[in-house]
Design a binder for this molecule. Sequence first.
Ligand code: K1U
Ligand code: ZN
Length: 171
Amino acid sequence: MAIRPILTVPDPVLKQVSKRVDAVTGETRALMDDMLETMYAAPGIGLAAIQVGVPQRVIVMDLSKDEEPKAPRFFVNPEILETVEETQTYEEGCLSVPDFFDEVERPLKVKLRYLNYEGKQVEEWAEGMYAVCIQHEMDHLQGTLFIDHLSRLKRSFAINKVKKAKKKDAA
Ligand code: K1U
Ligand code: ZN
């Protein structure tokens, strides 16, 4: 397992649409293992493969609290089959837009279909934080960042903040 560098805005790779995975192989599992280690190290609660520069439809997530045992989840080729009309608003963050947070409104519940770590197909409803996080991560697979849900002014502010921080770190 290895910690991989996480791409940050305005890296154009983050705008790519990721490709479906043909089958869950040892290579896919090695990618998911690296992504999980990278996510835990960041730390974060979710990560899409494109954030480590791999344009595949792969996501890892762990919504367990600090005091709870780790509960990693793996999603290959996730699809949203249904959504409810009711929405929830959550103050989101993103490892690719470090140190910037803002509210995004999304459907409260989504029905998912995906392949898990073993390559088995799963269908289930996600709600609450699970629904927030999977929708945020699935946006990454389409090249969409949570700041794309905000006004142009807020989006430029966020990108400029990250650019400035990167310049400062490089100096
Ligand atoms: O970059 C990402 O996609 C991961 C992102 C996931 C996410 C967070 C909040 C709402 C929707 C999606 C993060 O993990 S940002 C970091 C974060 O939320 C966090 C970090 C440490 C402890 C708890 C949360
Ligand atoms: Zn993100």
